[in-house]
Design a protein around this ligand. Structure first.
Ligand code: PLP
Length: 399
């Protein structure tokens, strides 16, 4: 039995009619850019995640870029983030002229480790005359970008505390974590993207809430920042052809907004279905005695009374025999993927930052050992049995 890493066709089959009706409406009225349909989706998304403002943008990448621009982060600034993430997180920091400072991850969750952030702030920074935090070469540390990787929230209480103490802005890259919850000490359950100054989502087709192309969203509670972001989304234009700041074209397409609006009510059901798939994987790996061969995903918030304690954008296992296992699975028609084969600190385009192999040991080990297995709401129990059976066969031959 072939088991693809991801199959979106069944989801579309179920929703084809309402999606086509909405698209027809747009084609009939020819209102493609912003307008009431986009605003409707922005309101629905803001309500879904418990944010005051939602600003639709052209992609998750452009969301990060617009946020950094709107916060005035640029040349001479530094932003602390993880190297174990999709390129956009670090790429956008560099694109505005700032320097990404990569710190290591927690090996259990693959998320940025608050302890390594604390170590950087305490041992590699000092205060300048203006009481700003500067790094060893004089760059002003402005922000932290935690990434809620694979659908699991970072330890936001600890990260927010560190940021507050050092007066840094926290920007949540929630591209992979829409709907994921975190048990905050103060306010109880809060959703990814809404636990700090500003957050962003990606609706890339393979994300849990996927568009038919590129789209993204920024969420925040601050009125002034929201206004600023809306301006940056349209070339800093207000009113038309009067430009206050240099923004960009970061608008979401109305076509994408209506598709996403149709899908949004299903998102919680899909997240629950993904968790059910994860539970079956755990059952199957345990039943076959494989839990000493592969490390299964951690679920640190499982018993904390949350619904979406994990939304399993990816189901990522780890084993030192990762590459051989992936080849074995491919030979049996089972899809898998490596997120990510290289930490950002080791990417060629960041060579000038001067990181060396060994600088972020947990990031580097994860890059060698992780493998994402098929996970999506429509994945059948039989397909999962096939995946775990194939992994069992691999370890029987390579024990
Ligand atoms: C997908 C993703 C992005 C970028 O989103 P796009 O919509 O593809 O531009 C940014 N950060 C992370 C962690 C992502 O997974």
């Amino acid at each position: 039995m072939r088991v693809p890493l991801l199959d979106l066709s069944e989801q579309y089959r179920v929703l084809a009619e309402p999606i086509r009706r909405e698209l027809d409406d747009i084609l009939r009225t020819q209102s493609f850019i912003l307008g009431p349909k986009v605003e409707e989706f922005e309101r629905a998304l803001a309500e879904y995640c418990g944010a005051k403002h939602a600003i639709g943008v052209s992609s998750g990448t452009d969301a990060l870029l617009a946020i950094l621009m709107a916060l005035g982060i640029g040349l001479g600034d530094a932003v602390v983030t993880t190297a174990y993430t999709f390129f956009a997180t670090g790429g956008c920091i560099a694109r505005v002229g700032a320097t990404p400072i990569f710190v290591d991850i927690d090996p259990a969750t693959f998320n940025i480790s608050p302890a390594t952030i604390a170590d950087f702030l305490a041992n590699h920074c000092q205060r300048n005359a203006q009481n700003e935090l500067v790094d060893s070469v004089g760059r002003i540390v402005r922000a932290i970008i935690p990434v809620h990787l694979f659908g699991l929230c970072c330890e936001m209480d600890a990260i927010n505390e560190l940021a507050q103490h050092s007066q840094l802005t926290v920007i949540e890259d929630a591209a992979q974590a829409i709907g994921a919850e975190y048990p905050t000490k103060k306010g109880g359950a809060r959703q990814a993207g809404t636990m700090s100054a500003v957050g962003c989502f990606s609706f890339y087709p393979s994300k849990n809430l996927g568009a038919a192309g590129d789209a993204g969203m920024i969420v925040c509670d601050d009125n002034e920042l929201a206004r600023h972001l809306r301006s940056f989304r349209q070339h800093g234009m207000e009113p038309r052809y009067f430009h206050h700041v240099i923004g960009g074209n970061f608008r979401i397409d109305a076509m994408q907004a209506v598709i996403l609006k149709v899908k949004l009510p299903y998102l919680n059901g899909w997240s629950a279905a993904r968790r059910a798939v994860a539970d079956i994987y755990r059952e199957e790996f345990t039943r076959r005695g494989l839990t000493n061969r592969v490390t299964l995903p951690a679920e640190p918030y499982r018993e904390r009374g949350l619904t979406n304690h994990h939304i399993y954008h990816q189901y990522v296992i780890r084993t030192p025999q990762r590459d051989a296992l992936q080849t074995h699975l491919a030979q049996r028609g089972i899809g898998s993927a490596i997120y990510y084969p290289l930490g950002l600190h080791e990417q060629k385009c960041f060579a000038q930052l001067g990181y060396r192999a060994g600088d972020l040991p947990e990031t580097e080990r994860a890059a060698r050992e992780t493998l994402a297995l098929p996970i999506y709401p429509e994945l059948t129990r039989a397909m999962q049995a096939e995946v775990v059976g194939a992994i069992a066969a691999f370890f029987a031959d390579n024990g």
